[in-house]
Design a protein around this ligand. Sequence first.
Ligand code: GLY
Length: 370
Amino acid sequence: MLEIVSVPLPEREYEVRIGPGLLHRAGAEIAPFLHRSRVAVVTEQNVAPLHLETLSTGLAAQDIEMVSLVLPAGESTKAWPEFTRCVEWLLEQKIERRDVVIALGGGVIGDLVGFAAAVLRRGIRFVQVPTSLLAQVDSSVGGKTGINAQQGKNLIGAFHQPALVLADTDTLNTLTPRDFLSGYGEVAKYGMLGDAKFFEWLEEFGPKLLASDQSARVEAVRRSVQMKADIVLRDETEQGDRALLNLGHTFCHALEAATGYSDRLLHGEGVAIGCALAFELSSRLGLCSQEDPSRVRAHLREMGMKVDLSDINGDLPDADALLDLMGQDKKVVDGQLRFILARGIGTAFVTADVPKDAVLTLLQDALAQR
Ligand code: GLY
């Protein structure tokens, strides 16, 4: 049950290999990329006990020696101190220009290690081994790497494409239901933004994904990665279409900031709520039918996801303050907030033409229901 999605960027073509058992076969998968039988693996404290030994055994099967660094878990790792530690460790390990670094973990590790690989010796190759659903369908593919700054998330980084992505769907079995569902927010996003048929498929197969159906999981990851690859091919550095991947993210980033990037709201949960708000806004602006936001909400609810602002525990700022936080978003261009709105499920588009009052009223109404 191996699926392969190719990302044929000129000079930097790579494959995303998706299926169960890939960690066990990591040696055979990675060996063709090596000039010598040694790799450096960077991971984090929660992932290491679950998957590092399997990876090590998989590499040893091809006589590949592995050195590893285990960083603390959590978003706060994605900052200068742990980044510096990672780069210095790679230098101490005498990782050379032609060597390969492996990022084993979720989005935090993938982003940080990818950025380290981008700058170490002016760029070395790296392999993404994403272990969360969110990382498998989004952050491990497309070459966005980086760390957070005091001033905001992901503000320091580089585009650096991996040499290979190994998305072992067995690792999804070790996720908590909440983490799995958070990743599902990004999966559903792909259907909502560009593929109505995929959204229909998710309406039918979503519950099977939750019930650990292996082939449904492989198919959901494959279709998500294929959509991301297609968009990245059209617009690698986000001059246009790539912004579509940010459906729901303008609302999400404001809500994440308002909840202090804490576990009151996981990223994918914020994406789901943000998508529901983006569809509601699209409907209010007469861009899509009233049924579309209802259908989006019904599906997210059926999956047991957060959908409304009332699903977020604790206080939230008022609508003006939330709007203000939206203005801090990276998607602000020349001071204008850009939104991803939709003409229907599967037909999202980017626009700067959104009346501020409509957003404010939407937020006021959403807060009033709390
Ligand atoms: N996660 C959005 C992107 O890769 O562009």
